[in-house]
Design a protein around this ligand. Sequence first.
Ligand SMILES: Cc1ncc(COP(=O)(O)O)c(C=O)c1O
Length: 395
Amino acid sequence: MDRFIYADNAATTRLHPDVLNDMMPYLTEQYGNASSLYGFGQESRIALDQAKATMAECLHCRSDEVFITSGGSEADNWAIKMVAKALAAKGKKHIISTEFEHHAVLHTLNSLKKDGFEITLLPVYENGIVRIEDVKNALREDTALVSVMFANNEIGTIQPIAEIGALCRENGVLFHTDAVQAVGHVPVDFAGMNIDLLSLSAHKFHGPKGVGALIVRKGVRFGNLIDGGAQEKGRRAGTENVAGIVGMASAMKRACNAMESSIPSIAAKRDRLITELTKITHSRLNGDAVTRLPGNVNISFEGIEGESLLLMLDMRGICASSGSACTSGSLDPSHVLLSIGLPHAVAHGSLRLSLSEETTDEDIDVILQEVPVVVDRLRAMSPLWETILKEEQSH
Ligand SMILES: Cc1ncc(COP(=O)(O)O)c(C=O)c1O
């Protein structure tokens, strides 16, 4: 496609050209294996160590707390399954999480149920934010882990991570956060927020796909993911993806350094979209208006289907996402939108626009021009919309 507006940065982001530049040597002439003892291999080892140090600085953790993974899903699986296994041996078989976690967490928890774990999923209410009292009330003697995402991938709401971290630390319970949507977008302070385990993924902040990390506080006991060589302290064997890891660190550094100016600039564009799009009749913003990611807009339009909205926007050169699980081949609306109490019909007509530092004011102008036209067209063809109007007239 020649020119399109990319408003789906929560799905993935463009690899930044400076990040690619930093990766290039390790994709070409600097191909040494970091485990080799000769100097050529050791240059890769030095690059890996430097990458971990850079990431540690951004995240406020130690570099020996950074464990490389293939992305967010692997980090979530590793954190939850391996900690669960280690603590089950001590009779701790209860895990607390929330209803609106990413499937990488929810499906992992489901698989643990089969091994006798009890899972408590906390509600997130209409604003899409978990309540600290609920976490407190759910804690039990046998609670092994609390896993609450830093920011939700669909509605962008940011959770009270520092408060949950403090509560868990006070009670001697491990705390994992899926920070895949937060790292590189909002400040993340691993040590200061009392986080024990944190998942992240490079492709969400203009880094390469297929690489991420699990940060594990020193002293936390957790099992190996892949047995084999000595990589990642013997916990995740396999020759390192040096270029990917260098790219992840480079992208994280760029994002962290730019945050002070990028947050207000992206949030201003987000707020313009929210203000204007919620002027459309029978629309609503999903998730808290204030405590949300700078780039996340999620709006439901009654009387239309999210999939049709996406297809029509696609024909107009706009890439966005909907709240229906059409990608998973099911017609169910997203569990996230249902968790904040949206009726099925409303959840079906939702649109997620996720912005980045690359989104321009002109992009916002085009989106604001096209979305109302498309919503009108779809409503004109929608029997559901007709019913909504008739019902209103009869009241
Ligand atoms: C909150 C959250 N967790 C986990 C993941 C999975 O990350 P990855 O695609 O790197 O496996 C995603 C990706 O969309 C996400 O948004």
